[in-house]
Design a protein around this ligand. Structure first.
Ligand SMILES: [Zn+2]
Length: 460
């Protein structure tokens, strides 16, 4: 071999190596490219779920490169039926696969089915076949609706007031249980006395013209039962009053409270300030109370023995629940603000002892705007009491209060002109008439008797 041919040969092998390297690099980048991605589609299906075969349900399938093919099978011990076979001409990133019981069903009935879903994407991986995902789920068949039965209720409910209902709800796979009202509020029941029984305190909000309530029970398979709770409805009239907004009131209490919210009130005129405090700030303060006074406990109970609340020993009622108060400035035609009074006002001597008649837990003990220094106490079954305008709070959040204990002293903090107690009662976050919870006869008829009647019916 001469010198030249040796040179040519080494040049040839160099070109060959370069060429192979080129292919390798090209292949490497091609395989690294999105067209060759190795991620399987995602099938959003739990390992196990309940199914009412009369209803379809959707399974979400996703893939970043796009879905090409989807198939699904339903099987029991003896048969296997193809329920879906989809080829997507235009690949999609998300597909909702509807699972329906096959029209020509199974020859042998079964309580359990196996659902198998395959999904393949458009990737060129796997020699251009794409990535295939497989997911299997056990479907437990539940075509039975929950059973609902209303046991006893308070005879009636008054607008602005409370009522008790006791009912039975049974289902092997009960998922949700609540009371739906015509005004959007859902009340949560508490397990009562024995397995399958529930009790719930309901409230008809002051501003709602109508009241209706039904129990809704939904099981894991989506089977739903509704049962109406019937009450005799008493539409109580509440008072409207007109109060003069005096200069001394605006320059005193209103101006003081406006300092809680300097940014919102600094550029307001005196009457605008009154309106801000009486409406916007009041709404915020009420919202805080509702937030703290809306929880219900989930532990089963069998006694709810309440004494009529009377927080001030010699307190006189100086303001009633539900008053629609209009404020006018200078003359009666010049209304500058309005609000509803959502509690009662009790007055006796200055810095009088505030007694918590029934045992409970302090859920809030702090300053709350127009209500001043306040206590919120939970008594069970969704019932709360609120004590406002206190001079001193003797309890802290989390403290347990015994029945008859002194928990605070009256005062004039917040939007109060003289020393008095603002007392509110709440049922699952709804302000209700304190008069009912301060009346031993009302408590006996509407709460105690209802509970005792229900127990007798359950034990029978
Ligand atoms: Zn008040």
């Amino acid at each position: 071999m001469n010198k030249n041919s040796k040179k040519a040969s080494s040049l040839g092998s160099f070109i060959t190596i370069l060429f192979l390297c080129g292919i390798a690099i090209g292949a490497y980048y091609a395989l690294k490219s999105p067209a060759f991605e190795k991620n399987r589609p995602k099938i959003d299906l739990p390992l196990e779920r309940f199914w009412n075969t009369h209803k379809s349900f959707n399974v979400k399938i996703t893939d970043d490169s796009g879905l090409k093919e989807i198939s699904a099978y339903l099987s029991n011990n003896k048969e296997r039926i193809k329920i879906a076979s989809i080829t997507l001409k235009n690949p999609v990133k998300k597909y909702d696969l509807k699972i329906k019981y096959p029209k020509i069903g199974f020859e042998y009935g079964s309580d359990n089915f196996k659902l198998t879903i395959y999904a393949t994407d458009t990737s060129k991986w796997n020699f251009f076949r794409g990535n295939t995902a497989l997911k299997v789920s056990r479907l437990k068949i539940d075509d039975k609706k929950p059973d609902l039965f209303s046991l006893t209720t308070s005879y009636g409910i008054t607008r602005g007031g409370s009522a008790l209902a006791i009912f039975k709800a049974t289902d092997e796979n009960l998922k949700e249980l609540y009371i739906q009202t015509n005004f959007g509020k859902k009340f949560k029941p508490t397990p009562f006395y024995k397995e399958g029984y529930y009790a719930v305190l309901l409230a008809w909000p002051l501003k709602e013209k109508r009241f209706s309530a039904k129990v809704i029970a939904i099981d894991e398979a989506g089977n739903k039962t509704r049962a109406r709770l019937s009450f005799f409805l008493k539409n109580k009239k509440y008072r409207t009053s007109y109060l003069q907004a005096k200069e001394s009131f605006i320059n005193g209490k209103i101006t003081d409270l406006a300092e809680d919210k300097p940014e919102e009130t600094q550029n307001l005129t005196p009457t605008q300030k009154l309106r801000f405090i009486n409406e916007i700030y009041r709404t915020q303060n009420d919202a805080l109370i509702k937030r703290y006074a809306s929880k219900v406990d989930h532990n089963r109970f069998d006694e709810f023995n309440l004494k009529p609340f009377y927080p001030l020993k010699n307190g006189k009622v100086v303001g009633s629940f539900g008053d629609h108060r209009y404020y006018y400035y200078k003359n009666r035609e010049n209304i500058i603000s309005e609000s509803y009074h959502l509690g009662i006002d009790l007055a006796s001597i200055k810095m009088d002892n505030i007694l918590i008649t029934n045992p409970g837990v302090v859920v809030f003990a702090n300053y709350n705007g127009i209500y001043g220094n306040s206590l919120i106490i939970y008594h069970g079954l969704g019932l709360y009491t609120v004590y406002g305008h206190c001079s001193t709070l003797l309890k802290s959040r989390g403290d347990v209060v015994k029945g008859g204990e002194t928990a605070a002293k009256t005062g004039a903090t917040g939007l109060a002109l003289g020393d008095h107690l603002h007392f509110s009662t709440m049922v699952q976050g709804v302000f209700v008439r304190p008069a009912e919870w301060m009346d031993s006869k009302w408590i006996q008829t509407n709460i105690t008797d209802v509970i005792n009647t229900a127990k007798k019916m359950i034990d029978k």
